[in-house]
Design a protein around this ligand. Structure first.
Ligand SMILES: C[S@@+](CC[C@H](N)C(=O)[O-])C[C@H]1O[C@@H](n2cnc3c(N)ncnc32)[C@H](O)[C@@H]1O
Length: 246
């Protein structure tokens, strides 16, 4: 099951939840504030721009934003909000596609590096970010820390959320460093919708090695976008890498 299954027209049409969840101001505002700082007066490139959850408010703050996105339905949703003159987007794979221009910031949020299902593709993605950066520019990634410690020996599934009308769990393939997230939602009484997404999970240490291969150096790492320290219990990490100035 690949990209088409996950990021299809139905997923795209349901992706935006204005004001709540990943679109809540308390989630989104700190991301945009930090990206404005990191762009440092220059242009930004979002890998896997999706429906523009982050790019649209970032562009509204005066940062020129370009995107790369693989899913046509996700891009079509973005186009209901902004035109191509405001946020140009290249339809393609973030590991290999080229966007015109030079950027002071490339960003990849919401654990989307894990959508690349091989180590080789993830390394390519770092190299592609480095290619798009001006000297001294930054690549920032938001990574979900794998929940593997919750997996007792002999078990391969972890429930990450359950509430009335929703159950979500991950199944792990620890040999191949892969996981599948399963989201079961009761959309009407007795009517269950299942969405699955496939990931190659990884830890910050592996990101650092990929950065090295792409000649980027670690600038900072925090648990979130406001600079909270990373702890053994942090569910995510925000890592910023820098391209050498010469
Ligand atoms: C979780 S969404 C994130 C979208 C947006 N960045 C956000 O924060 O809301 C993941 C996005 O990654 C895109 N995607 C997955 N693999 C990709 C690839 N190899 N190249 C470009 N986009 C990709 C999907 O189509 C989808 O739009």
């Amino acid at each position: 099951m690949g990209l088409d299954e996950t990021w299809n027209a139905e997923t795209a049409s349901r992706y935006d939840t204005p004001g709540v969840g990943m679109f809540a101001p308390e989630v989104l505002d700190p991301v945009v504030d930090r990206l404005v700082e990191l762009a440092d007066g220059g242009a930004a490139l979002e890998f896997a721009i999706g429906t523009g959850r982050v790019a649209v408010p970032l562009a509204a703050r005066g940062v020129p934003v370009t995107g790369i996105e693989l899913s046509e339905p996700m891009l079509a949703q973005l186009r209901t909000k902004v035109d191509a003159a405001t946020i140009p987007v290249v339809l393609g794979d973030m590991a290999t596609a080229t966007a015109p221009g030079e950027f002071s910031l490339v960003y990849l949020v919401f654990n989307t590096i894990s959508n690349l299902l091989t180590q080789a593709d993830q390394v390519q993605c770092f190299r592609n970010a480095a290619r798009h950066l001006r000297p001294g520019g930054r690549f920032v990634l938001e990574l979900g820390i794998p929940d593997l410690r919750k997996l007792p020996p002999g078990q391969d599934a972890v429930v990450f959320d359950h509430r009335e009308g929703y159950a979500g769990f991950d199944t792990y393939d620890t040999v191949n460093q892969r996981l599948t997230s399963h989201h079961y939602t009761e959309v009407a009484p007795g009517d269950i919708r299942l969405v699955r997404s496939h990931h190659r999970y990884l830890w910050p240490a592996e990101l650092d090695l990929m950065a090295q291969l792409a000649t980027l150096t670690l600038d900072s790492r925090h648990a979130d976008w406001t600079g909270s320290p990373l702890t053994p219990h942090s569910p995510s990490a925000v890592s910023t890498y820098r391209k050498p100035t010469s």
